[in-house]
Design a protein around this ligand. Structure first.
Ligand SMILES: Cc1ncc(COP(=O)(O)O)c(C=O)c1O
Length: 443
């Protein structure tokens, strides 16, 4: 989708100099755009008991997380690393919402140690808690009650959440273990551009709130409708009507409170809506290749932006920096250098005839972009920059380097174990170099 006016104007004017200074490729994020989107989300729910927990997985960069903490957002985390990032960003206690799945005991321990809200994904996992968290929530999976979407899939096939018939027993067990404060969570769809599925989730959670009160006498402190607020990746996509979402949620909560006398808070844990449109991947055309199709080979690929290869419908708009409409359009695949044919940022896309040296902007990479990056073929993840509101640009993550980063895990203490020896190797005896499976340490 078209990027924000200020961001666009700054990139239009200064991108060649920024690319010259930092080198390509890089993701660059717009401080003003991210702050404004967070502000718009908060205003849509103004007057309601509402809290947004930014989904750390969307853009796990400390500088951005600190910015969002300053804006008053909590942090939604799903792993040890994300919990640590949230803590470093200044979030602790009920400003941290821990929504993991297939969770380890260590992860629960770390979340409880931070006094985070612990959102439990399976009934069996209650027994893995090292002690009772202050606030427990359960993730609900409605199965056949809802259809889901292409990104998360049908709830019946999703690996997340508890079935309806497991919910009551789960709350009872958590209460038995000593937890007294409760909430309820569900995330059914992702990148949703219409408000109906999101409001259906709010209504569904409120209905369960009534059931919990009726059967167990539990009043939920909050319902969390997850993330999933969509953004228009394609120029033809509509925008999510945030005003309608806020109004719809207000009506549901008010009628619930009128009927029951209870007013649970509404939580969201949106990532994409806040930062997605306010980042672009900047990459340079390094080769023009001609095969059965025309290709523009660029200096980034799916190792820097996996979405286009991971989801069948994923689309990221691509524009040429400085395009004045003077070049004729040509259909190309924009490709990286992986030995994988799905290493394509755009497929059969009509773009102004590209030349070596051109700077391309791959749009909407501010969420689930670099965060999903990987290192296949020794391709290294690029740097991250932040365009500050005052127009300055700041490096907020350096680019990976071969020896310092990619080879870092090849530097380790020798550790050879003989499982067939009755008691392993005698103390003090090391076997180095004669086991072909053990690589020699790199110095
Ligand atoms: C549990 C959970 N919460 C929140 C999010 C954030 O979703 P989005 O960035 O689409 O708002 C995700 C995305 O994967 C998720 O899995």
């Amino acid at each position: 989708m078209p990027i924000g006016q200020h961001f666009n104007a700054q990139l239009e004017r200064h991108l060649p100099a920024i690319a010259e200074h930092y080198g390509t490729p890089f993701h660059i994020y717009d401080e003003r755009g991210i702050n404004d989107a967070a502000g718009r989300l908060l205003s849509a729910f103004e007057g309601l008991p509402f809290h947004e927990y930014y989904a750390v997985k969307a853009l796990p960069n400390l500088t951005v997380l600190r910015m969002l903490r300053e804006r008053g957002l909590g942090m939604e985390c799903s792993s040890l690393a994300e919990l640590e990032l949230a803590r470093d960003a200044g979030a602790i206690g009920d400003e941290v919402f821990f929504t993991s799945n297939n969770t380890t005991r260590e992860e629960f321990a770390a979340a409880i140690e931070m006094d985070a809200i612990v959102n439990i994904d399976d009934i069996s996992l209650i027994e893995k808690l090292p002690r009772a968290p202050s606030i427990v929530s359960f993730r609900f999976n409605p199965g056949p009650e809802r259809v889901g979407d292409r990104l998360i899939g049908s709830p019946r096939e999703a690996k997340f959440g508890l079935r309806r018939d497991q919910l009551l027993a789960a709350y009872e067990r958590a209460r038995e273990l000593g937890t007294e404060r409760f909430g309820l969570h569900a995330m059914i769809a992702s990148n949703v551009l219409s408000v109906e599925p999101l409001l259906a989730t709010v209504a569904m959670l409120l209905e369960i709130e009534e059931q919990l009160q009726r059967t167990l006498g539990i009043s939920l402190e909050f319902i969390n409708a997850g993330g999933g607020l969509g953004i228009p990746y394609r120029p033809t996509d509509s925008r999510l009507d945030l005003g309608a979402l806020g109004r719809g949620a207000r009506e549901l909560l008010e009628s619930h409170s009128f009927r029951t006398g209870r007013r649970p808070k509404l939580f969201l844990e949106s990532g994409r809506f806040i930062s997605g449109p306010h980042g672009v991947l900047v990459t340079r055309v390094i080769n023009r290749l001609s095969k059965w199709r025309e290709y523009a080979g660029v200096d980034a690929g799916i190792a820097a932006l996996l979405r286009t290869a991971m989801y069948p419908d994923a689309y990221h708009h691509v524009t040429l920096h400085g395009d004045r409409g003077e070049r004729r359009l040509q259909r190309v695949d924009v490709v990286g250098s992986l030995c994988e044919n799905n290493d394509k940022l755009a497929i059969q896309r009509p773009l102004p005839e590209l030349r070596e040296g051109d700077l391309l902007l791959v749009h909407d990479t501010g969420a689930h972009g670099l965060a999903m990056g990987f290192n296949y073929n020794g391709r290294l993840r690029p740097q991250e920059l932040l365009l500050r509101s005052d127009g300055s640009v700041e490096l907020i993550r350096r680019r990976e380097e071969v020896r310092r980063d990619y080879f870092a895990t090849l530097q380790f203490e020798a550790d050879v174990f003989d499982p067939s020896a009755p008691s392993g190797l005698p103390p003090g005896v090391e076997r180095i170099g004669d086991d072909a499976r053990t690589p020699a340490p790199v110095s």
